[in-house]
Design a protein around this ligand. Structure first.
Ligand code: PRX
Length: 644
């Protein structure tokens, strides 16, 4: 349990209100918000499902016969909902995806063009033998072919599994095997800060180590022409299937739309599955209600499509709403620190959604960069991934949002599929530093170790107490109950989110970070166990523990404590081996910032490593009582080591 409490009284100065112009035109006004919150929670979600086109209507909102299924009996296709219906409604010439490349180039696909290319690629996939329910892995950077491939898979009922392009060959191999995927779509390479990075070499190595035949399709980004060795060229496949029309496959509401890996508390990444009907209804409704998206809006979610945020709010949500989504391949400070603001100005972006870690970087670079651009098209700002402190919140509103834009601080996870805690921007007041209440249709609570509710203002574990449509399918299959942290407390269903939080007297949640062994590094989720098992794999390492350090700009960073084998020196050479072991097992994002050598790690009498002390040492916090440790002296030694 985390210590902490929050005063029950509400200070009026802590509140911020959205401008009246926004409130009047919002998709969900205060009156709508009240009406939704008074509704039965399943009725709320029926409104969400009504935003979709169903081939066969659902028989009920929820079937909870031991296994939770949303919209049972309903049949639909996600690619139809994201593309065909907008073209059918006469909006084929409107922009669907605008891609901003790393070299400054830009490409826009209208809904009709996107549908055409998705059709061609879907036909090509079929010809290659991809059938319904075959998993297709997509290992691609932020290029338009990534959402095109996702939608082509969705069109033929083949679940996709997108693997972040920054992951290593080993990490890709684990994910190919875990998802039992025989098809891989990748890219020859991409640019980062003007430098070409080769992806295909990593993909080839992963395929070699998987030991099974993997059919590869390669998008040419760096090289011209169709020369992709023994593999299929994406460009050639699309050209050869130009003009093809593939009828969207009707999927059951509970059929898989995609698989995605996330970091859990074990050494292996956790595979999460999202459904076609429940997930799509959830992200479509939240795109309308939380991001206030309309078809005429341009939405920019800056997250990489390799993570859940990009799936839900750069691809499926905005496209299902018929809006324009921006796909940005670059980094925020290349070639200049004004790059994002220039993209917003040029594309007249309405809604900008990013991570607090980015806001803190913008703040550090200074307000002169956004000030060089006309950002008046922005109506709404959003954040996700970690708590945003009040200073960053106010800076974001003032210097990006012109002092006017409402900000939605949205809390959710890979497992929830879409936003579950947030203010409704047209209905609720904002409290900087707090995420807001549950969205209509969501029930959440803060509980103690026994699952009992704690008092208002007291900290505890954040749980969701009713199912929601975007919930990962694996959360509700009986076999997964233990592992997936769902269960019943006094007859009440609870999903343990793994986060600590405080609920204040107004019902707003204040997030306090992860309670389990999951690190949040620059808004990306990593598991301590996964990094530790990579480190222990390095030659000469006996034991390792990693913790997150709080950095004012990047948020958490990885810090490793390593105990070398006897006779092995804890020197620069070992430090290098440790870092490269992590880089090759996971990727550069997980490489420890510091590696501290120690003869032993702090342990309980039963031999369990206690990371809490290592975390306190790293972050200069009070250690508290160490007497329960088997080797309390090691903590003191480590403290003095870090002081050096
Ligand atoms: O700890 C919470 C943090 O990010 C975790 C989920 O990470 P992931 O599954 O990678 O999904 C990231 C994007 C949805 C949560 O358990 N988190 C997410 N949003 C917030 C947050 N912490 C505080 N405030 C938020 N708004």
């Amino acid at each position: 349990m985390v210590n902490g409490s929050r005063d029950e009284t509400t200070d009026e100065r802590e509140w911020e209100t959205p401008p009246i112009s926004f409130v009047n035109g919002a998709n969900v006004t205060a009156a709508d918000g009240d009406a939704l919150r008074e509704m039965d929670w399943p009725a709320c979600w029926e409104c969400a499902a009504d935003l979709l086109d169903w081939n066969r209507p659902f028989d009920a909102v929820l079937d909870d016969d031991g296994v939770t299924r949303w919209f049972p009996g309903g049949r639909l296709n996600a690619s139809y909902n994201c593309l065909d219906r907008h073209v059918r409604d006469g909006r084929g010439d409107e922009a669907a995806v605008t891609w901003e490349g790393k070299l400054g180039e830009s490409r826009t696909y209208t809904y009709r063009q996107l549908l055409d290319e998705v059709n061609s690629f879907a036909a090509a996939l079929r010809d290659l033998g991809v059938g319904e329910d075959d998993v297709v892995t997509l290992y691609m950077p932020m290029v338009p072919e990534l959402p095109i491939a996702m939608l082509a898979c969705a069109r033929i009922g083949a679940p996709h599994s997108v693997v972040f392009a920054g992951f290593s060959a080993d990490a890709l191999a684990t994910r190919l095997t875990g998802a039992d995927s025989e098809y891989l779509i990748t890219c020859d390479g991409y640019y980062r800060r003007g430098t070409a990075l080769y992806l295909k070499g990593k993909a080839d190595n992963a395929c070699l180590s998987v030991g099974q035949e993997v059919e590869q399709i390669v998008v040419n980004r760096l090289a011209d022409g169709d020369s992709v060795g023994d593999h299929h060229s994406y460009e050639k496949l699309v050209r050869d299937h130009a003009g093809a029309e593939v009828a969207p496959v009707e999927r059951g509401s509970d059929d898989l739309l995609f698989l995605i890996y996330t970091s859990g508390t074990t050494g292996k990444p956790t595979l999460v599955g999202h459904t076609t009907g429940g997930y799509l209804a959830h992200v479509t409704w939240t795109s309308r209600a939380v991001f206030d998206l309309d078809p005429e809006d341009t939405h920019w979610c800056s997250a990489d499509v390799g993570w859940i945020t990009g799936h839900s709010y750069a691809v499926y949500g905005p496209l299902a709403c018929g809006a324009t989504t921006i796909l940005y391949e670059g980094t925020p400070d290349h070639p200049e620190k004004n790059r994002l603001w220039e993209v917003i100005e040029r594309n007249e972006v309405d809604v900008f959604y990013t991570a607090p870690t980015s806001v803190r970087s913008f703040m550090k670079w200074g307000s002169k960069y956004p000030a060089q651009h006309d950002l008046s098209s922005l109506r709404l700002l959003g954040t996700v991934g970690e708590p945003i402190d009040e200073t960053a919140w106010h800076w974001y509103r003032e210097h990006v949002g012109g002092g006017e834009c409402p900000i939605v601080d949205t809390w959710w996870q890979t497992e929830t599929g879409g936003v579950v805690l947030s203010t409704l921007p047209g209905a609720d007041r904002m409290r900087p530093g707090a995420v807001g209440r549950e969205l209509p249709g969501i029930e959440a609570a803060v509980v103690d170790e026994m699952g009992k509710r704690v008092a208002i203002g007291e900290s505890g574990r954040l749980v969701l107490t009713q199912p929601w449509p975007g919930m990962a399918r694996s959360l509700c299959t009986e076999t997964d109950w233990g592992a997936r942290r769902t269960g019943t407390v006094d007859g009440e269903w609870q999903y343990d989110t793994g986060d600590n939080a405080i609920r204040d007297a107004d019902g707003y949640f204040h997030l306090l970070g992860r309670a389990d062994d999951v690190l949040n590094v620059s808004g990306r989720r990593l598991s301590t166990a996964e990094i530790e098992s990579a480190i222990v794999g390095a030659d000469g390492v006996s034991e390792a523990a990693v913790v997150g350090g709080t950095d004012t700009v990047t948020g958490s960073k990885v810090h490793a404590f390593v105990s070398p084998e006897s006779n092995v020196a804890g020197d620069e050479a070992l430090r290098k081996r440790v870092r490269s072991a992590v880089e090759s097992a996971i990727g550069p994002i997980a490489v420890p910032e510091t590696v501290t050598f120690t003869p032993s790690l702090p342990k309980t009498r039963s031999g369990k490593v206690v990371r809490r002390y290592l975390k306190a040492i790293t972050n200069g916090e009070d250690l508290g009582d160490t007497s329960a440790l088997r080797n309390p002296e090691v903590v003191g030694e480590l403290e003095s080591l870090l002081d050096e």
